[in-house]
Ligand binder design. Sequence first.
Ligand code: GLN
Ligand code: ZN
Length: 756
Amino acid sequence: MTTTIIGYPRIGSHRELKFAVQKYFKKEISAEELAQTAADLRKQNWDTISGAGIDQLVSNDFSYYDTTLDTANLLNIVPKRYKDLNLSSLDEYFAQARGYQGDKGDVTALSMKKWFNTNYHYLVPEFDDDTDVKLVGTKIFDEYQEAKDQGYQTRPVVLGPYSLLRLSAFEGNRQDTDFTSALVSAYEGIFEKLADLGADWIQLDEPQLVKDQSEADLELFTDLYKPLLSNKHGLKVLAQTYFGDVRDSYDLLTSLDFDGLGLDFHEGDESLNLIESKGFPEDKVLYAGVINGKNIWKANYDQRLDLLHKLPKTNIVLSTSCSLLHVPYTLENEPQLDEKYKKYLAFAKEKLTELTDLDHILGGSGDDALKANEALFAKPRYEENQAIIDKVASLKESDFHREPSFEERAAIQKKEFDLPELPTTTIGSFPQTREVRRNRAKYKRGEITKEQYDQFNRDKIKECVEFQEKIGLDVLVHGEYERNDMVEYFGEKLDGFLFTSNAWVQSYGTRGVKPPIIWGDVNRTAPITVAESVYAQSLTDKPVKGMLTGPVTILNWSFPREDISKKESTLQIALAIQAEALDLEKNGIKIIQIDEPALREKLPLRKSDWYSRYLDWAIPAFRLVGSKVQPTTQIHTHMCYSEFGDIIDAIDAMDADVISFEASRADLTLLDTLQKTHFKTHVGPGVYDIHSPRIPSEDEVAGTIHKILKKVPLQNVWINPDCGLKTRGTTETTASLENVVAATQQVRKELAHEGR
Ligand code: GLN
Ligand code: ZN
């Protein structure tokens, strides 16, 4: 059999690309030096992948920032405002990625969205009425040739025209279908040139197909591919899908003249079923995604072999379920992680070996590898925590419901807190200044004691509380100085999590995340946040919010277990956070915020799965955390990103007392939804965008408050920024919050005047 992968991480095993690109931004290195780093990284990848024994390599999976942006630029889909800057093509590319402010002009970046159900973000290509789609770039050809010069025949990868259209924004009058013929010509141009250079295969990524497809979708797909595949210039074309199955388009895909189909056998629930029930065409090659490209667990070879025995025996290539971009480089960079853990894990490089192992086993020469793998899976991986397992198993329906009802609680809490109309608050974190980060770094390096570290944070808390009192906020926070990351902070204090040193995964451009690994049963053995919250509360008569990360977010921003369901893992985490909430309450904290910024993120790609596969357990898991507190204790939550319209009922069903949203960037369109659905939860739709250093004026904020009051009943409205302030500087934060408080006071006066 043959082995391949869909793509490989590109940031460098020690994030060399990130650092080089950032240096280039700061003009510390030249474009040539950056290009050299990039070429070195590509070479390392090809050498590694080939060295591991993978048969078919890919090229053009590299990117300085994002491959969707690369594809748009290859095809001249570059809005005029960037072209008008007259920059070098590299700088024009980065201007689209991150905006440009300089002597040539001032433009914001293209918008950025989550890549399907991952934590990777892509830049949204923009089509307008001036867009002239044509093949203008050379990156795909250059990188193919570069590999060839090193002796590697590769399969160039590019985003397919259908997914490109579906992922793009259309700003003018012309719509997707107006661009089909130009796209067909441009892709045909790619085929022709690659064939000339000596390529034999091309991989067109069409992940969009794993979402629900309408008739119109399939028609567009056909209109693009029928003509394109009638003129392949001798190239073989692989349609590569991932993150799900192609149940709506399987018949179409098998009937079109593709030479290969790439299917995901991990997240594609129906992939095997489709092949077994409909058969797989003999004239096509099946690229079987059998090794999980998204998670970090070692594959169970027996299970994989069972699957492979059900697939066609010939014309099959063993592959990963998606690009390895979504996992870290290699376990070799984790020397501090005990072998007892590592032997169960596989990062990108180790997954290459899994592919070749399977290949050898099927070819009859992999007995040792199979035996070792069977031995590993024969023994329990970790020690179960029976008490936790029992606790989850014995949860009753009533554990997920808070008594009394929302309305009764609202009345009780109105008396309890006696807050002014339009109460003001913040989302939790205050600026993590250099000194805050330095204090943590010093502590981690052992240069200061735990006492010194804590004392510094206490001083910051004091300063923060005094500041909030001074400017007149109503509900205060402690500032979250003790946290580097809202998931890691809780994970480190709970049993059941593993942490890595270098296991970075690209989130967007130069930004990476280092998700913890949920290793075993999650258990809380000691209070986590109580000391900081109690200290902050001791400094003021105003309520200080306790600040917890919600269970769904902790799960979604970690590498999850696969031996138990996500639901079960999340419920374990929810019980741990519930215990923390009860401890906060016992220690006099009267308002508790349970953040769920990542709840929206893992919504299944198919609408029919939204509730049955996700919301039906995710929302109750959140409710479990707050279900046991007194009616006088107020539960807040916070969510980022504004695309809530279609799940707004599920959010109301979280049954929090108050929710704050990130809403300011989406022009407050969320407000219409809140109004239409008679959203019951009291709500703080962010009144300014904290992602920009811009300071909103008092009048601007007052205007926003009035807009909110047009749609949401006055007694339901809270006033707050739209997210945590940790990435902001102190100066703009002070000025912005002062304006928020002043604007609120101004509106309150106007309301009093009107007698409301
Ligand atoms: N409480 C967190 C903070 O303020 C919330 C972060 C988030 O929404 N991502 O930082
Ligand atoms: Zn947020």
